[in-house]
Ligand binder design. Structure first.
Ligand SMILES: C[S@@+](CC[C@H](N)C(=O)[O-])C[C@H]1O[C@@H](n2cnc3c(N)ncnc32)[C@H](O)[C@@H]1O
Length: 270
């Protein structure tokens, strides 16, 4: 019942904005666990993807880190000014700032609580987190080499407004790297049309739904253990669906192909 009402209201931009703000503020406030660093469904690498190797003392990379690595290594990051819109709890930003050596990495998120959590948990000289909206990015024109966006724009009030902002903050020749899902083929087509209309040049697009399904399946046991450890009992069922455990609506629809998950690479040419 509640799900059907939310689905109905999600047609309205104002509702999508309020829904994203409230959801992610509450998640960061009530589940501040440091061990929960990511909020994307993960990526199971193909054999020809660039390998991810961390230092000897590091934990093995999780599938959510693999998603960031897969996306960010499509362009040179070392020495660049990078911005991530929708940086969430900051795990991906921390991974890139630490291991791919950007000059500067700014993570921006709508949820102040998520930004506070990320600033508390990660401290590197080239890394900052700021509160702000994708639809009004708090940065000057032509100040950024690379904009990253991981599983975030499905919840924006207006994707065209976001793309205008990406174009505004990118330097000429700058890159926009994005991964996200849509809950139907039709809605993915809308996203592709919005990207085509953005006046950014499309360089690559790729359906990565299978890799995300594989990551969800490979990560299921770990995810369930975390939910048990971090989420209050009465919210565990709802949260498991949101987190996309095996057998959840997210997992099943992605596996059967109703829902799709894509990667995009666009460039500001003018
Ligand atoms: C599914 S989480 C992904 C977080 C992170 N990219 C990751 O992979 O761990 C989506 C994030 O987008 C943020 N978000 C939603 N709407 C936003 C907006 N209009 N502007 C900036 N961030 C937004 C949410 O607060 C949330 O942290």
């Amino acid at each position: 019942m509640i799900n059907s009402i939310i689905k109905l209201f999600k047609r309205y931009s104002w509702f999508k904005r309020v829904n994203a703000k409230v959801t992610y503020e509450l998640l960061a406030k009530y589940i501040p666990a440091k061990d929960w660093e990511f909020m994307n469904y993960g990526y199971f690498p193909k054999s020809n993807d660039p390998p991810l190797t961390l230092g000897k003392d590091s934990k093995p990379p999780c599938y959510s880190t693999q998603m960031y690595h897969f996306l960010a290594t499509k362009v040179p990051i070392a020495g660049k000014d990078v911005v991530e819109i929708g940086s969430g709890r900051g795990g991906g930003a921390n991974y890139i700032a630490k291991h791919l050596n950007p000059n500067n990495y700014i993570g921006i998120d709508l949820a102040q609580n998520a930004v506070d959590l990320a600033n508390k948990n990660y401290s590197l000289p080239n890394l900052t987190f700021l509160q702000g909206s994708a639809e009004a990015i708090p940065l000057p024109d032509q100040s950024v080499d690379v904009v990253l966006n991981v599983e975030s724009c499905h919840s924006y009030g207006s994707v065209p407004l976001f793309l205008n902002e990406v174009k505004r903050v990118l330097k000429p020749g700058g890159h926009f790297l994005m991964v996200d899902f849509r809950n139907s083929q039709e809605n993915m087509l809308i996203l592709k049309n919005e990207l085509s209309a953005s006046k950014l040049e499309l360089r690559e697009q790729e359906d990565i739904s299978t890799n995300v399904v594989q990551a969800i399946e490979a990560d299921d046991e770990t995810k369930r253990k975390r939910i048990e450890a971090f989420v209050p009992k009465r919210w565990q069922k709802l949260f498991s669906d949101f987190a996309g455990v095996v057998g959840s609506r997210f997992h099943l629809t992605l596996k059967e192909g109703t829902r799709t998950y894509w990667r995009f690479h666009l460039v500001k040419v003018e």
